[in-house]
Design a protein around this ligand. Sequence first.
Ligand SMILES: [Zn+2]
Ligand SMILES: [Zn+2]
Length: 320
Amino acid sequence: MKIVPISLPTPFYIGAVNVYLIKEDPVTLIDTGPKTRDAIDALRAGLRTNGLTTGDIRRIVLTHAHEDHCGLARSLRDEAQDAEVFVHGWETGHRAARLEHEENLRLLQRAGVPDDEIQSMRRLYEEVRQYADSLDEDHCRELVDGDELEFDTGALRVVHTPGHTPGSCSFVREADRTVIAGDCVLKRITPNPVIAVDPIDPSRRFRSLAEYLVSLARVRSFAPTLVYGGHGDPVHDFEELFNRYLKLIRERQASVIASIPKGGATAWEVSRAVFPNADDVHSFLAVSEAVAHLDYAHSEGKLALEIGDGREVYRRMPTD
Ligand SMILES: [Zn+2]
Ligand SMILES: [Zn+2]
């Protein structure tokens, strides 16, 4: 069972995205790249090098439903005719227009994001949206934790690794402990937990950082020898990366808590203090990260949370 990484260009700040061709019956593509001419051309070239065309793809499996990973899923499925698309059920919120959801809007308001900023985040999202065709329920089959994707020789185990998004999945080839981890594991950058509605209870926020830490420990439990991420080079020394991530998360946690003034602060105010230069899409990612850390600190009893005026204000504990 051969795993072939193919790098595709994206119009996004993060740069190229990795998709993975499983060159084995049934021919499977893990992630697809964004819906751009450059990405589809690069994908066709990558398949051709392997003696394949898009028509040979039988299965399209998504690590998660961000535009750079899922954008071409629908058109590839149409081209390949019988191809099935697999995605975790918790990616629903991401399949439809994320920021259009009233719940998401409310999350940003509750985080203290000013109205004009919410409007500009929406406009940016409208631009990002064009890089993916939406996939509705009946287009997709559900990935379930523990299931196996079977091949003629070998299998990939589905491991639900939420955090970056609620429905993020990784795929483990147990024979040699190789993991395809999407944006759960990236060599050069710590993945952003993106603000999201809790898939179980839409009135709540998804506890992205707490979930992410569990997912990292879960990947570690496979003692991986090689981890293929959604962007950048593969990771050979997962243990080193795991410890580096934990250190970075601890440091970020400390700076988030330290940035809260006596009178308390909203997640938006914390994001401006911790990431003063974040603009455009980065202000959305910055507030996502602030929310993730604040929620985590709150759940650990390090912060108090009050809701006033529809906005959540975090305060340091009196003993702090
Ligand atoms: Zn992503
Ligand atoms: Zn990505």
